[in-house]
Design a protein around this ligand. Structure first.
Ligand code: ME8
Length: 648
């Protein structure tokens, strides 16, 4: 038994809808790293789970006429089903409704209170009576009204518990600037400038406006703020403050927390502060990745732009989906999902690259040697280059895995696969095969190819666990041949290795036909959804088509964009509206950086009366949707629409 430990976690997902490709990315990425570490001989703890409390869940359950527990139980089944389908090898699954977690959170909250880091105070904010919600001034809409229903809000206060963040500001700033806790580093600077430098405000950590949460034991009308409940999952799942598990001393602190950029602030500021308050060691690394986007927007259930991993998996296999999302996402950047890019990648890398290498090699061993390579060998040109390329692969992959740069690790593996395909073209085995005196050389060439396949697929198996064993069977590799140690050895397959021709591992896909098929599936799903729900919900005062026609909605291109000075909320955009251009000020600075918008088409209300916002003239409004978490999501129309196109 090894004494090397490795603890990796995904966020615990919010089961307010079924999981999608976005959730798959973090889970598949952590799974691949966990598998790699196990292969390296580490004793691994890989944790995932669901974050099941909060007002949204309470509301969703009410809408469906079930209890919150019944609601989450159903969705959690779908998460677990997807993880099994995607071959996610988690060691533990935590649900924040698990009894042990609930009790542990109650103890932790009390401990923070006893230590003086949690205190009772008053939550002051802008209150919307119809929505029964508090908003901070930065969350209000452009007119200073409720961002949900756009009605007036009034100042109000309610009793609440707060967590003191300021005592930890200096230590957190050092953590972010002087250590490599957060990767990529550029994000750390962003957090320090936006949140730490302006001064950390104490965090409100209890709620009284709903009940679906963990009650505060010493003041039960309060429930614990869902982020305190959620973040401590990383510790309670190991047995911290509970007896259900017993691995805390062994695995804490975590080696890697992986999350997307939207929840980085919680993991880089609030989480370390709470751990510091309890004198617990901090996790070693926080790897922050971008979003999988669809048509320029974050893919999420609430935006209705979700790509169903089950549908894709059934068509191309779960390994192809795993490969595609891992290969596309570069740490730190967003990755735009498109069926076309995915199918082209499957064709180029998996069908033409890897699949072709395996089938050509195995077919030639069959054709020229009846399936078994003879032991007589002759070395030749290009061998050294192929061998050194394959033998140096493992070190490169190790390094990229340690930096959570999975796309680069995969790129290295595929360089070896390309090198091996090139070796076939260089050595021309079909010519060697015609000449009896070249049989020893041919045997060497084919053996070298099998070895290059063995090494690259050994490392690849952590990313594509389902398919690699099929390849090992075809190249005649036994379980003993496949190991991390053997990935830096040449000549591991037996000299007289026997291959076994099998199915095509990754069949080539007809791109056009397939895109048509997918569009049909997406279309019929959309129709089914409509058919299920043909009675529109009442949405406020009804207007006639003539009333609507008074609004002049147009497509416009964002030519440039900058923050409005003295405002945290406003961006000033210069637009090409096809009508000579205009300037619009929009209250979306909290959710978009200027560079996120430049070059994008947006929809504007073109005939609004001009107003001045923070002293800057605005000639119109950018259309955006409210997301359930109170953010604004700009509507991006098709980029090919001409500027000035009218929306009807
Ligand atoms: O935030 N692209 O849960 P959540 C890439 N419960 N990753 C995505 C994604 C996308 N389009 N959409 C989701 C929560 N993710 C909290 C977390 S942890 C103590 C509590 C992934 O269900 C990504 O990893 O909204 C993101 O961080 C996570 O899902 C958040 O999922």
């Amino acid at each position: 038994m090894t004494n090397k430990k490795f603890y990796i976690t995904t966020p615990i997902y919010y089961p307010s809808g079924n999981p999608h490709i976005g959730h798959c990315y973090t889970t598949v990425a952590c799974d691949s790293i966990a598998r790699y570490k196990r292969m390296q001989g580490y004793s691994v703890m890989f944790l995932t789970g669901t974050d099941e409390h909060g007002q949204k869940i309470e509301e969703k359950a009410k809408e469906q006429g079930v209890t919150p527990q019944e609601y989450v139980d159903e969705i959690v089944k779908n998460f677990k089903k997807l993880w099994s389908y995607m071959d996610i090898s988690y060691d533990r699954y935590i649900r924040t409704t698990d009894d042990y977690h609930v009790e542990a959170i109650q103890k932790i909250f009390k401990e923070l209170y006893d230590r003086g880091y949690i205190y009772k105070g008053e939550y002051k904010g802008m209150y919307c009576t119809p929505c029964e919600s508090f908003w901070t001034s930065s969350q209000l809409d452009e007119n200073g009204c409720c961002p949900e229903c756009h009605r007036e809000v009034k100042e109000a206060s309610e009793e609440a518990y707060f967590f003191k963040l300021s005592p930890f500001a200096d230590r957190i700033e050092k953590l972010l600037t002087e250590t490599d806790y957060l990767q990529p580093k550029s994000r750390a600077t962003e957090l320090v400038n936006n949140f730490i430098k302006p001064g950390l405000e104490d965090l409100c950590v209890s709620r009284t406006s709903f009940t679906w949460g963990i009650p505060v034991t010493f003041d039960p009308k309060h429930v614990v703020y869902v982020w305190v409940d959620a973040l401590f999952n990383y510790c309670t799942a190991l047995g911290f403050q509970n007896d259900a598990h017993n691995d805390f001393d062994e695995f804490w602190p975590a080696d890697v927390h992986m999350v997307a950029k939207d929840i980085m602030r919680f993991h880089a500021i609030i989480w370390p502060a709470m751990l510091m308050a309890l004198d617990l060691p901090l996790p070693k690394h926080l790897a922050v990745h971008g979003w999988i986007t669809f048509n320029g927007q974050k893919m999420s259930k609430s935006l209705g732009n979700v790509v169903d991993p089950f549908i894709l998996g059934e068509r191309y296999g779960s390994d192809a989906i795993r490969y595609h999302i891992l290969r596309e996402m570069a740490l730190g950047a967003d990755s735009s999902f498109s069926n076309e890019i995915m199918i082209n990648r499957i064709n180029s890398d998996l069908a033409n690259g890897l699949g072709n290498l395996v089938s050509r090699t195995v077919a030639m061993v069959d054709k020229y040697f009846g399936g078994t390579i003879p032991s007589e060998r002759e070395l030749g040109d290009f061998d050294d280059e192929l061998i050194s390329c394959a033998l140096s692969l493992r070190d490169k992959v190790d390094e990229f895995i340690d930096q959570t740069q999975i796309n680069n690790a995969l790129a290295e593996i595929f360089k070896v696969i390309s090198r091996a395909n090139k070796y076939i073209d260089e050595t021309e085995p079909w010519i060697l095969g015609k000449n009896e005196t070249k049989k020893a050389r041919l045997a060497s060439v084919l053996y070298n190819l099998l070895e290059a396949i063995r090494i690259s697929t050994t490392l690849l198996s952590c990313f594509m666990p389902k398919t690699m064993p099929k390849i090992w069977k075809q190249i005649g590799a036994s379980d003993n041949d496949i190991s991390y140690e053997n990935a830096t050895e040449w000549g591991v397959l037996p000299t007289n290795v026997k291959v076994c021709r099998g199915e095509i591992i990754f069949p080539r896909i007809d791109v056009e036909k397939e895109i048509d098929e997918l569009n049909k599936i997406i279309g019929s799903n959309a129709k089914e959804e409509q058919a299920d729900d043909f009675t529109p919900a009442p949405v406020g005062e009804q207007i006639s088509i003539d009333d609507f026609a008074k609004s002049d909605l147009r497509v416009a291109l964002v030519k440039s964009c900058e923050k409005v000075k003295k405002s945290k909320k406003l961006l000033c955009l210069q637009l090409d509206d096809g009508m000579g251009g205009r300037q619009v000020v929009s209250g979306i600075a909290e959710w978009y950086k200027p560079e996120d918008l430049v070059g994008k088409k947006v929809i504007i209300v073109a005939n609004l009366k001009p107003v001045k916002l923070c002293g800057v003239e605005s000639n119109g409004m950018i259309c955006a949707a409210d997301t359930p978490d109170g953010a604004a999501s700009v509507i991006f129309p098709d980029q090919s629409l001409p500027n000035g196109s009218k929306i009807r």
